[in-house]
Design a binder for this molecule. Structure first.
Ligand code: GLN
Length: 202
């Protein structure tokens, strides 16, 4: 996400010197800056590490829909630098949407270009919780968009939201937000999902 923001600043906003202070500490246009997290309860010194909560700012965006219209998601982090919060209004004016933020609103978690088929970036690491047959919603969205199935995937009722229950042989089971209820063409095998999180798709 950090690199995508720099690229957007350079190419769309014509801020040609835009950079991260990680790469150029003297940049005049610091889009990404050092914002250490001094936590006494988490290991890793200045690093923002482990599970943190992302709150969706808008409901009508691809990533919120991919996460089953959840109001927040918990994903794993491993970073020190952040999108410069002072530049966010400028970015948003130019069309980049910061659809997910932390609880303070200062740390940007998910970006999207609403006009693009699938331009999505995340500060967290979706790969850490992605599993075979139970892919991270953002990766599933990328593959669905690449294979022309994103609209189909995002139609109401295909992705479960938090607390949704279904019946199976073992009785009612709670499905996690982002669980895909029905198989797509070659993208998600329902039986893999069943072994992935214990829920049997209907
Ligand atoms: N997780 C990431 O985005 C990569 C590391 C990042 N450059 C940082 O330390 O902020």
């Amino acid at each position: 996400m950090q690199i995508a923001v720099i690229e957007f600043a350079r190419s769309i906003m014509k801020l040609h010197g835009a950079n991260s202070t990680e790469f150029d500490p003297t940049t005049k246009t610091p889009c990404v800056i050092f914002m250490p997290e001094g936590s006494k309860t988490h290991m890793g010194a200045t690093m923002r590490l482990g599970s943190r909560r992302t709150f969706f700012q808008v409901t009508n965006c691809k990533s919120a829909k991919l996460y089953g219209n959840a109001s927040y998601v918990d994903e794993r982090h491993r970073h020190r630098y952040e999108v410069n919060p002072d530049m966010v209004p400028e970015f948003e004016k130019a069309g980049l949407s910061f659809v997910g933020r932390d609880e303070s609103g200062k740390r940007m978690e998910i970006i999207e270009l609403p006009t693009h088929r699938f331009f999505v970036g995340a500060q967290f690491h979706p790969e850490f919780k992605s599993r075979p047959g139970k892919p991270s919603p953002l990766f599933l969205g990328l593959v669905a968009a690449s294979s022309g199935q994103l609209d189909h995937l995002l139609q109401p009722g295909l992705i479960s939201s938090t607390g949704r229950h279904t019946c199976s042989k073992g009785g009612a089971q709670k499905l996690k937000a982002g669980h895909v209820m029905k198989p797509l063409n070659g993208l998600v095998n329902a039986h893999y999902s069943a072994t992935g999180n214990g829920a049997i798709p209907i």
